[in-house]
Write a protein that binds this ligand. Structure first.
Ligand SMILES: Cc1cc2nc3c(=O)[nH]c(=O)nc-3n(C[C@H](O)[C@H](O)[C@H](O)COP(=O)(O)OP(=O)(O)OC[C@H]3O[C@@H](n4cnc5c(N)ncnc54)[C@H](O)[C@@H]3O)c2cc1C
Length: 399
């Protein structure tokens, strides 16, 4: 199939693994999430209910969790991994536990990531894994590092342990041949994350990209950062892995900047974010010999831009340095149609105990709310598929 033949309109392919019951469930959920007031109230109520120990685990698990997560453990998520694999879609198992603050939790997260790497070794159904640095390091420690404040004796020891955990994870990723994405987080800790990511890339990416960093293109400084990183990689002779995203913390970023009175790191409008995303795609593809690119997006125009740029530069659909990725539970029309056209496609598949993945689920609910968000797209596609199925049932009954 040539690049120009890719279309995201085929809802039959997009929802091939969803039976009618599952489709109905998604329809109900996306309709519910379309109401911003309801999402705000529900988010607050659920956090409160969890805090005071009300039994909300099961209702959450059967609704929003089921839409966006694989399960509460690797084992429980395997049936989704297998289902995606049948359609040539890889899974990025993402241990989505957030907001932890003590050494015990950090060691547990590290052990869990080592487990994912073991499961993924020699398993094409799980081509990558991922890591949030705040899963293995205290946020305020990263904040202090970020602002270049001097660490006290205990903090120096604490940071040493963070590095040891990170080195253990990267060594395991490297020896198992399972590349790992470092997620991007808030700008007030991102310099610290970038420094760690660059150090790990330089050590582990001698032959191929084992460590991949994430660039949030809603930041106006990321194109310059990308150019600087490319220069470093060329000078020091290592490969770079780049996951491009737009960024998930825009409101929080703008609010903090205005409260503390500094210039917001966020672009002045969405158009500039879109322009920089596509510009970064071009830069990565033009340096494909030393860059492995993953486009983490649900944006059809950016996905099409990447497809067309690949064709223009004569990069094959399944080039091992180019991946497309969407979040599980969203934009199946992009994922399944790309996989069908022979591109490398993965789904970020979060998992973890219901209580611990709540911050992730709330971000998804907020992203899917309102007409400017994802809601319109998802809902429209589900409704289209539902009516396609109804029509084809009528047609086959008439035969
Ligand atoms: C596989 C994958 C991995 C991801 N990993 C990360 C990660 O590590 N870190 C992270 O932060 N996010 C991550 N995300 C989430 C991502 O950053 C976006 O929030 C989400 O994908 C929506 O953006 P979009 O490109 O899909 O499309 P769109 O729906 O076209 O764009 C929405 C995005 O545009 C930006 N935007 C909206 N309005 C404005 C405005 N007025 N001014 C400037 N920018 C604006 C915001 O970033 C918003 O989220 C990931 C997403 C995917 C699919």
């Amino acid at each position: 199939m040539s690049n120009s033949e890719v279309s995201f309109e085929n809802t039959e392919k997009a929802f091939i693994t969803k039976d009618n019951q599952e489709l109905k469930h998604s329809l109900w959920l996306f309709k519910l999430m379309g109401n911003p007031t309801l999402v705000k109230i529900f988010s607050k109520l659920i956090i409160f209910a969890i805090k005071i120990g009300l039994p909300v685990r099961l209702p959450i698990k059967l609704t929003i969790f089921k839409q966006f997560c694989g399960g509460e453990s690797i084992e429980e998520s395997k049936h989704i991994v297998n289902k995606l694999n049948v359609s040539n879609i890889g899974s990025i198992l993402d241990y989505s536990v957030e907001g932890k603050e003590n050494e015990n939790d950090f060691c547990n997260t590290k052990d869990e990531i080592l487990k994912i790497i073991k499961v993924a070794e020699n398993n094409p159904a799980i081509p990558y894994t991922s890591l949030k640095i705040t899963g293995i390091a205290r946020l305020s420690l990263l904040e202090k590092l970020n602002s270049k404040q001097e660490l006290n004796k205990e903090e120096i020891l604490e940071f040493q342990k963070v590095r040891e955990r990170l080195i253990e994870i990267c060594n395991s990723a490297s020896s198992s041949g399972v590349p790992i994405y470092f997620d991007a987080e808030e700008s007030w800790i991102q310099d610290a994350i970038d420094t760690l990511a660059e150090e790990m890339m330089e050590i582990n990416n001698k032959k191929t990209a084992i460590v991949l960093t994430t660039l949030q293109m809603y930041r106006w400084d990321r194109i310059d950062y990308l150019k600087g990183l490319l220069q470093k990689a060329q000078d020091k002779k290592f490969s770079i892995g780049i996951k491009l995203v737009r960024g998930a913390y825009m409101e929080k970023e703008n609010l903090r900047a205005s409260q503390l009175g500094y210039k917001s790191p966020i672009q002045s409008n969405k158009e500039n974010t879109d322009i920089d995303f596509d510009k970064a795609v071009d830069i990565c593809l033009e340096n494909i010999d030393i860059v492995t690119l993953c486009a983490g997006t649900h944006n059809e125009a950016s996905t099409m831009h990447l497809i067309n740029k690949m064709a223009e530069l004569k990069i094959s659909n399944d080039h091992p340095h180019v991946y497309f990725s969407q979040l599980y539970g969203m934009s199946d029309h992009i994922t399944y149609n790309l996989a069908d056209a022979g591109y490398n496609v993965t789904k970020y598949l979060p998992y973890g105990p219901v209580k611990s993945v709540m911050p992730y689920l709330i971000r998804r609910a907020e992203e899917n709310t309102g007409i400017s968000g994802q809601m319109g797209r998802e809902l429209k596609l589900i409704i289209e598929e539902k009516s396609r199925r109804q029509n084809s049932k009528l047609l086959s009954a008439a035969k």
